[in-house]
Design a protein around this ligand. Structure first.
Ligand code: FAD
Length: 358
């Protein structure tokens, strides 16, 4: 790791792909990178880093969602994710090209990869961020002297400045603000579904940089024998436009049959509150909220869900929230755009029956 901050430039997004398809969170982070780059400098580039084999076609999608550059690392040994292989080639690329900021989605793979890369770079990592801001000027001085923050005096080369990374802490009871002021690159994993993708710009182009990985079989200690898709992976809450979630108000597990019928009718996927998961009514992969998935669908139906803060943390930025609850004082109505006070076993069948006429 170089201690010369001036050596570090640009924002990198680890553009996670699976089976040759980009994860949504990669595109969200490219959008976030653009927002941050504006506050750093006009010549700060947003770069997608794609690792795999035969994945060059994904560069175009990254450009269309706002990447200025795409770093491609391709090798047959990188066809499937392995912790050793990916950590090595990404660490090598960071050492060579020196990005100032590196962001990963807080997916299973991102959470595995990012801390290992951070350790190799001898830098910090803030995990599971929900908000990022650029450059708190002289943050340490600010904290020590408790003076008012003067963001107009930002000095990008001041080692006491840094990316301000915010994440929930202590079970979501407070938000922790973390900076990485004395090392580069600054790294974070970011929750899927929290940041905003840019509008797709069909036909946009950018620069592709092919990085030749120095990797051999001996670098990878894991041997992948087979990949078996679990039912869990089939639930794609983060990519869904419509989510129909059920909570304890369903009364028993068979209530999810109605929620499934509802979701099938409206073209959505099934979500749930933690209470329903804890009761064993549905798998955790459906759970929305602080300890589940953060979602941002176009429409979120909350059925028999009270609206506890930990549930809201995962869905309150949905475009439209429709709450169905028999208790008119349920907190979910405070965030709902449309509230229906009533028994979900009466209301949902009526919506299903009316949907085709809507
Ligand atoms: P309840 O709070 O029991 O609400 C049930 C609702 O159903 C009530 O409002 C009731 O009026 C309504 N109802 C009952 N019958 C009917 C009916 N027939 N028709 C219509 N409405 C009906 N929770 C999450 O959801 N996601 C998380 O990720 C999460 N993480 C957590 C992390 C921590 C550290 C902690 C401490 C808690 C977490 N929780 C999470 C739990 C959270 O605090 C709540 O306990 C949970 O969200 C409650 O689920 P619920 O709304 O389904 O149940």
């Amino acid at each position: 790791m170089s201690t010369n901050f001036a050596d570090y430039k640009n924002i990198w997004v680890y553009a996670e792909q699976r089976d040759g398809k980009l994860m949504n969170v990669a595109l969200e982070l490219i959008g976030e990178g653009h927002k941050l780059s504006r506050d750093i400098s006009a010549d700060t580039k947003v770069c997608a880093l794609i690792v795999g084999d035969g994945i060059g076609h994904l560069a175009q999608e990254c450009f269309e969602y706002g990447a200025d550059q795409v770093y491609l690392i391709e090798d047959p040994l990188l066809k499937n994710f392995t912790t050793d292989g990916y950590t090595k080639v990404i660490s090598d690329a960071i050492n060579e090209y020196k990005p100032e900021i590196v962001m990963y989605g807080a997916t299973h793979i991102g959470r595995d990869l990012a801390p290992r890369v951070a350790a190799r770079m001898d830098t910090g990592l803030t995990a599971d961020c929900t908000h990022l801001d650029v450059k708190v000027a002289n943050y340490i001085k600010f904290a020590n002297e408790n003076t008012t923050l003067n963001t107009s005096s930002l000095d990008p080369d001041d080692p006491d400045t840094g990316l301000k990374m915010t994440r929930p802490a202590f079970g979501g009871n407070l938000m922790a603000t973390i900076i990485c002021p004395r090392t580069r690159p600054q790294m974070s994993t970011v929750r899927p579904g929290v940041m905003q993708k840019m509008e797709r710009m069909e036909g946009a182009t950018g620069e592709i940089i092919n990085v030749k990985p120095a990797i051999s079989e001996g670098d990878i200690r894991t041997k992948i024998v087979d990949i078996v898709k679990s039912a869990k992976e089939l639930v794609s809450l983060t990519d869904a436009d419509i989510i129909c979630s059920g909570g304890r108000g369903l009364g028993d597990p068979s209530g999810f049959e109605l929620i499934k019928e509802f979701a099938d009718k409206v073209g959505g996927v099934v979500g749930s509150s933690r209470a329903a998961v804890d009761a064993g009514w549905i798998d955790h992969s459906h759970q929305v909220g602080q300890t589940g998935t953060t979602v941002k669908p176009k429409i979120y139906f909350a059925c028999g869900i009270s609206g506890a803060i930990q549930h809201l943390a995962g869905m309150q930025t949905s475009d439209i929230i429709v709450a169905i609850n028999k208790d008119p004082d349920a907190p979910i109505f405070e965030v709902a755009d449309y509230g229906i006070v009533g028994d979900l076993y009466k209301v949902i069948p009526e919506i299903i029956a009316e949907w085709d006429n809507a």
